[in-house]
Design a protein. Structure first.
Length: 95
């Protein structure tokens, strides 16, 4: 479902280009390894691997999304809390 949505959103060429970058190899392998583990009937371990892969691939986007959510009326206060700001600012620092 995730791959289908991503492909429909950004297109086939950009999706293939995104998943073929060498600097994201760890996240790519974790995500697709997680998919394989789910298909091989290891769903819990597979989902953990998929989440790790997604965080590794999209970690730099989380602070941007959190900054945007600060302006949303109902949940904006949650994202302005210092602990939540610190959590999201820790993503995307490289490594």
């Amino acid at each position: 479902l995730f791959l289908t949505g991503l492909t429909l959103t950004i297109g086939v060429h950009r999706t293939l280009r995104f998943f073929s970058r060498r600097d994201r190899l760890r996240g790519i392998l974790a995500f697709f390894g997680g998919v394989a583990l789910v298909l091989l009937r290891w769903p819990m371990i597979g989902m953990v691997a998929q989440v790790y892969g997604l965080v590794y691939l999209f970690g730099q986007f989380f602070p941007i999304a959190a900054a945007s959510l600060k302006d949303v009326p109902v949940i904006g206060g949650v994202f302005r809390h210092p602990a939540v700001e610190g959590f999201f600012s820790s993503f995307g620092r490289g490594g």
